[in-house]
Structure formats: C-alpha cells, structure tokens
Design a protein around this ligand. Structure first.
Ligand SMILES: Nc1nc2c(ncn2[C@@H]2O[C@H](COP(=O)(O)OP(=O)(O)O)[C@@H](O)[C@H]2O)c(=O)[nH]1
Ligand SMILES: [Mg+2]
Length: 198
C-alpha cells in the first residue's frame, strides 16, 4: 500500500480558526507522551512532520496535516498533563471536547494510548466523550514494541474489559516506533474517510 504525501497545513487555537470543514478529518487524541506525534510521523513516513517529545505545555493547538487524496490528520493537544495549571488544562479540554463534539467533517478518531499502562479515569472520560458524540474510534495500544507477548495479550484484555470495547473493531496493538499494524490503521483511516464526516 502506498503512503500518501503529507504536509503541515495549519495550527488552530479555537474552533473558528480551524480550516474549512470541506475534507474528511481523522483526529488523534490521547494523553501527552502516548505517541500521537510519533503516530502521525509513522503513518506518513515522515520523521519530523509532527514534533515528537515536544514539551507538554507547548502543544496547545490543533495541528492539521493535509494528505494527498484529500484526507486530513489532526493532532490534538494531549489531555491530562499534570504539570500545567488547572485553568490551562480546562481550556485545552474545552477545545478538545468542542472539536470532538462540533466538527462536522470529523470522520474518525485515532485514540493513542501507552498500552503498557492500565486505563484510568481520563481514559474512561475519553471513551465517554467518544460514545456520547457518536464518534467512531480506533484505540491504538501503542508502544507494543516495549511489551512481551504475554503483556500484549494481558493489556488488550484489560483495556477492552475496563472500557467495554468491541475489541476486534475498536482496538489494535500498535507501535509508532516499529510500524506494527500501520497497514491496518491505514485501512481504517481510508474506510472511515470514505464514509465522510458522519
Ligand atoms: N518504544 C516506543 N516509544 C515510543 C513509541 N511511540 C512514541 N514513543 C516515544 O514516546 C515519547 C512521546 O512520543 P510523542 O509522539 O511525542 O507523544 P505525544 O505527546 O502523544 O505526541 C517519545 O519519546 C517517543 O519517541 C513506540 O511505539 N514505541
Ligand atoms: Mg505530540
């Protein structure tokens, strides 16, 4: 499968600064450090398109990337970073939730999590948002390269049971480092985008 060319389009700090909602968008959500930017880079085969390991507290924008073929990837600010002020955190969470709730051309959500951890209260909040706003999502249990086979099996079970997921359709082991399952992620992106923003 060929990988489309990608370019950085723009950053937006509010809903009214987002680009026109004329193309299907796939958003990446997840905690800071889960690997969202690394996932954008892996999927586009571009090592520096999205900045990796950027200091949390700096990435407060929605970052839009345009792909050939008319799909956009949107790197959302990481949620739940403890070291910023409560006010700043609430502003980001407001922006993330507004985007998930209101964006008419949002075709699907790639939810990137560090698969080594168990899900916590923020993960339950995220699945609640996604279900409440009826957003199709694929949870990527990232950093699979750092887990043993036994851990991979165990962690898939823990996440699926705790968040009540349809594990076959809504969750995938992934490694933004090694590219594990990236073809499956592309298939999902293409299928979602073909359905448009509904
Ligand atoms: N071993 C391993 N490290 C990863 C993987 N994905 C991301 N990382 C590392 O995790 C850190 C955070 O990644 P980043 O993409 O900046 O996370 P973001 O805050 O969600 O955008 C960086 O040091 C990455 O190199 C992965 O699949 N495997
Ligand atoms: Mg990032």
């Amino acid at each position: 499968m060929t990988v489309p060319q990608a370019r950085y389009l723009t950053g937006a700090d509010s809903m009214d600064r987002c680009p026109p909602s004329d193309q299907p968008e796939i958003a990446l959500v997840g905690r800071s450090n889960a690997g969202k930017s690394s996932t954008v880079n892996m999927l586009t085969h571009r090592h520096r398109l999205a900045r990796v390991g950027a200091k949390p507290g700096v990435t407060t924008l929605l970052h839009f990337f345009a792909l050939d073929g008319g799909i956009r990837l949107v790197d959302l600010p990481g949620f739940g970073y403890a070291r910023v002020s409560k006010g700043a955190r609430q502003a980001w969470q407001g922006l993330i939730e507004a985007y998930l709730k209101e964006r008419p051309n949002l075709a699907g959500v790639l939810w990137v999590a560090d698969g080594q951890r168990p899900p916590d209260a923020l993960d339950h909040m995220m699945v609640g948002w996604l279900r409440a706003h009826d957003r199709p999502f694929l949870l990527l249990l990232n950093k699979a390269d750092k887990m043993t086979n036994a851990e991979r099996g165990r962690q898939q079970k823990v996440w699926a049971e705790s968040l009540d997921l349809y594990s076959q359709d809504e969750m995938l082991l992934f490694s933004a480092e090694k590219g594990t399952n990236s073809q499956k992620v592309w298939s999902w992106i293409r299928a979602r985008s073909a359905k448009g923003g509904t």
